[in-house]
Ligand binder design. Structure first.
Ligand code: FPP
Length: 246
């Protein structure tokens, strides 16, 4: 595998409109539209989730090659438990399968793995595979792949407040609360991408996206490929970020 600098210039020379100095430090993605993608093709919903795995692969590879430090993917929300049990079971199986199959490819791409969410409530076999993959990838540093699993933004804030209380903190400020979030130590997302067109946040990273640039595309997640990600980043770079200033 070529050194990261070469990889970076490789991707960036294919996409000359991107400014290497102004890449987002953290991209967060609401991967939506797997079901609609499948429905449009008269396929079962699971076919959409399976097809979405290829988009995950491409997003990870592209972020690693560009030198983007953090990619957070919303893979399963606390609300997703309302889905039919067969779909939940298949999503968990798919996640386990992907973790088994992709760990060496992730390693080759220099990817480290982290999870956010109430992981202890996931099926035991998923937790075991997540721990094994995180252990295998723990020394990598090109990209942090952060999987949001059984994740809810409000729950995260509640958990942070409880953790701060349990740590004996009597007063809280923004920095102290941030230190107790699941994302402690990570930069806040600069860019939040949502596929499949819905204009909502769906309880995702509510605290952390306070100043994120939002990018919503009608493209369904299984069709969201490298060029779509590069376009989202190019659009992010055209935005003027003022953080409340002038
Ligand atoms: C949203 O589409 C997608 C999900 C809830 C699951 C995302 C899972 C994957 C892409 C597969 C595995 C993931 C990883 C990280 C390996 P939807 O079902 O809500 O689509 P719809 O709104 O069109 O019904």
């Amino acid at each position: 595998m070529p050194p990261l600098q070469e990889q970076k210039s490789g991707v960036l020379s294919e996409e000359p409109s991107l400014d290497p100095q102004r890449l987002p430090r953290h991209i967060a993605v609401i991967m939506d539209g797997n079901g609609r993608w499948a429905q449009e093709r008269h396929l079962p919903r699971l076919a959409g989730h399976r097809a979405g795995v290829e988009s995950v692969r491409e997003a990870v590879r592209t972020c690693a090659r560009l030198g983007i430090p953090v990619l957070t993917l919303y893979a399963f929300s606390t609300e997703n438990w309302k889905r039919p049990p067969e779909e939940i079971q298949e999503l968990m199986r798919l996640l386990g399968y992907v973790l088994d199959r992709e760990v060496e490819e992730l390693h080759a791409n220099g990817v480290r793995l982290k999870t956010i969410g109430r992981i202890a409530e996931l099926p035991e076999f998923v937790q075991t595979k997540l721990r094994a993959a995180a252990e295998r990838l723990k020394d990598n540093s090109a990209l942090l792949l952060n999987l949001a699993l059984n994740y809810g933004g409000r729950q995260e804030i509640l958990d942070a407040v409880c953790a701060a209380r349990d740590a004996g903190l009597e007063t809280l400020d923004e920095a102290a609360l941030s230190r107790h979030l699941y994302t402690a130590g990570l930069p806040d997302p600069d860019l939040l991408i949502r596929t499949s067109g819905e204009m909502r946040l769906s309880n995702f990273l509510l605290w952390q996206i306070a100043y994120a640039e939002l990018y919503v595309t009608p493209v369904h997640w299984p069709d969201f490929r490298r060029k779509d990600l590069l376009e989202a980043i190019a659009q992010y770079q055209r935005r003027c970020r003022r953080f409340g200033g002038v």
